[in-house]
Design a protein around this ligand. Structure first.
Ligand code: NI
Length: 169
């Protein structure tokens, strides 16, 4: 099932999501639906709050369907190691049409659980590192625009408010 993507302005995006404690069929179905929704929206990462579900689960596929082994499900993720810095353009399915340069760690390791509830560690660099940080941020109620200057952030928010008034957001 493809869920509509929740956009900036919806409070669900700015509150910390709840920890997942049940690793059942319902959770597996949610992960499947999240991949489907992410691909439908042409994204490489999606966190559950972005489909209006305030739970700590995110999916990532930085290859966008090219490599089935690149599909990552993170349940209750935590960043355990970061190294280096890299600045690159970043966007978010919940803030469509906008992109900004964001400086983040170049290498990242995340500790999480998989759909069976087992503890896993996922390490990545560059785009994958960025996705691991971006999606974990989402589960903490944080959007990438919190990492840019207040001036740029306010500009985006003003434009979004304008689009909302026009019914185009
Ligand atoms: Ni995002």
């Amino acid at each position: 099932m493809v869920y509509p993507i929740v956009k900036l302005g919806d409070p669900v995006l700015e509150k910390p999501a709840a920890a997942i404690t049940r690793f059942d069929d319902e959770l597996r179905k949610l992960a499947d639906d999240m991949f489907e929704s992410m691909y439908a929206a042409h994204g490489v990462g999606l966190a559950a709050p972005q489909i209006g579900i305030s739970k700590r689960i995110a999916v990532i596929d930085v290859t966008f369907k090219e490599d089935p082994e690149a599909k990552i499900v993170l349940v209750n993720p935590e960043i355990v190691h970061t190294e280096g810095r890299i600045t690159s353009n970043e966007g978010c399915l919940s803030i469509p049409e906008f992109r900004e340069k964001v400086t983040r760690a170049r290498h990242v390791t995340v500790r999480a659980q998989n759909l069976a509830g087992e503890t896993i560690e996922v390490s990545g660099e560059e785009l994958l590192a960025r996705a691991l940080l971006h999606e974990t941020d989402h589960l903490n109620g944080k959007l990438y625009i919190s990492h840019i200057s207040a001036l740029k952030r306010d500009l985006i928010k003003r434009k979004v408010r304008k689009l909302m008034k026009l019914g185009e957001w």
